[in-house]
Design a protein around this ligand. Structure first.
Ligand SMILES: [Zn+2]
Length: 258
């Protein structure tokens, strides 16, 4: 099992070494900015390294929204970050499922996702596989509740998108972790990456606050069960810097092996 962490973008390979990580995830730009990625000096080193690289897309991206002033730049930004991800040899670009606003028809949100994939397909497709991540909050999210996820996949399944399961988001989003992997695979047919995180909040709280595996409100053995069942690479997005994340990586490795 390949296990690692979300790290600072300054020196991902150094950060991986410090954590004894086999996977790393990082942002190519400030995650709150609308900014295309710049070429990286360490692109060649990242491509050549034995570490599996994943890129997280900026949080601003919401390709589902009915607001075209956000939707259009969102799909462009996802394209440019997928290209930047390809440049560093990334195995996937992780993007949140997005949402529509209160009172809006979520069916349009699913259709906007389809349009984003069609838009990309016309330009030759995304340069890196897009892994859509489940989210924790909101009543109008495309990938919080798995019933919505099923409708999303009805809209975009033909484009064969990937899926990233975040354990904190599933717990806070009100989806039972014990059965989550089977239920997701029944919808998407795949799980490409696990974000193995604890949660500072209660089940179905709708809040997105990650915690370390052994101190959060999710039974850590439940996270282990998810990792085992999914059989996918793992990234911890947990607090505590090198020490905190290395402890989470060790905790998982001791239970699921290398
Ligand atoms: Zn995540």
């Amino acid at each position: 099992m390949r296990i690692g962490a979300h790290v600072d973008s300054t020196d991902p390979l150094g950060a991986a070494t410090a954590r004894d990580a086999e996977t790393v995830q990082f942002f190519l730009t400030d995650p709150q900015a609308w900014k295309d990625p710049a070429p990286r000096d360490d692109a060649e080193a990242l491509r050549a390294s034995g570490v599996d690289v994943y890129i997280h897309a900026p949080y601003r991206i919401n390709v589902a929204t009915l607001n075209n002033r956000i939707r259009i730049p969102s799909r462009k930004l996802l394209m440019s970050h997928a290209a930047g991800a390809a440049d560093v040899g990334a195995r996937g670009i992780i993007v949140h499922g997005g949402h529509v606003e209160k009172g809006e028809d979520i069916a349009t949100g699913f259709d906007n996702w389809r349009k984003a994939f069609e838009y990309a397909a016309k330009a030759g497709g995304f340069a890196t596989p897009v892994l859509i991540e489940n989210t924790a909050g909101g009543d109008n999210a495309c990938a919080r509740r798995f019933d919505a996820l099923a409708r999303l996949w009805d809209a975009i399944g033909e484009f064969e998108p990937g899926f990233c399961l975040d354990t904190c988001h599933a717990h806070a989003g009100g989806e039972d972790l014990l059965t989550a992997v089977d239920r997701i695979k029944a919808i998407t047919g795949r799980i490409d990456l696990i974000h193995a995180n604890g949660s500072r909040d209660d089940f179905d709280s709708g809040r997105d606050r990650h915690d370390n595996l052994e101190s959060g409100k999710i039974d850590p053995e439940l996270v282990v069960a998810v990792v085992r069942a999914a059989g996918a690479p793992v990234v911890v997005e947990t607090p505590g810097g090198v020490e905190g994340q290395a402890a989470d990586i060790t905790f998982l490795r001791d239970r699921v092996g290398r």
